[in-house]
Ligand binder design. Sequence first.
Ligand SMILES: N[C@@H](CCC(=O)NCCCC(=O)O)C(=O)O
Length: 267
Amino acid sequence: MRPVIGVISDVKQVGGHTVHGVTEKYIYAVARGAQAMPVLVPGTISAVDDDMTPERVVIEEILDLCDGIFLPGSPSNVGPQHYGDRPHDPPLPADPHRDDISLPLIRAALERGVPLFGVCRGFQEMNVAMGGTLFQKLYEQPGRFDHREDSSLDIEGQYAPVHEVALEPGGLLESLAGAPRWTVNSLHGQGIARLAPGLAIEARADDGTVEAFRVPDTPGFNLAIQWHPEWRFWQDRLSSAVFTAFGAAARLRAEGRRAGARELAAV
Ligand SMILES: N[C@@H](CCC(=O)NCCCC(=O)O)C(=O)O
């Protein structure tokens, strides 16, 4: 049986309805790249009936159900109030119903050793959940590149590799890549300002922007990547390797949990 990986949903308005959803490329990368069963985790559920009491997803229930948690990218941004800032540009898209679930879920998953993998917004969420801060407009920071996609290109062009990153010597990514540098795609307007205390950098762009990190000294696999390894992961050796490593960690946890359940049943 495949391990179960919970994939955090965006919460947005579509045609007058509130929709909890995930872009298919992430679900596919979890299913095929990590060889796992993706299960969508909703954000906070709005009041939809006369009761008017918002229904909360219970973090402990999610972690009991899942062998791993995946945090996908999104056009929305982590609410700046979560890192002690105010919105510098209120029209930038927010998703408070996702923040409500993802931030405490990250902390609980790390504490319980549930394998955790965050991409783009998910990478930024992991930094904020651990006490770090973000630049709301990385492209306005002196000396930084513009890490946003060229929106005049078609989708293939937008997700094509555009800049190199230096992989941290001795880090997980360097060992998976078997190389000191890698060329990655780039589709983000925000970026890490202050890395949360204790995090271990895994990759940096040549302008100094942190592009990947791990939370060391935690019991399970975890990894956060600013670029998009889910995009055509099968065409990129490092992207395939990170999803394989995440899936292997989730499988190990699933096997341990099932063995524990069998032992209990035999008593
Ligand atoms: N909004 C944040 C995060 C960027 C991000 O996750 N982009 C994903 C775009 C769509 C996708 O491929 O899922 C920022 O701008 O930095």
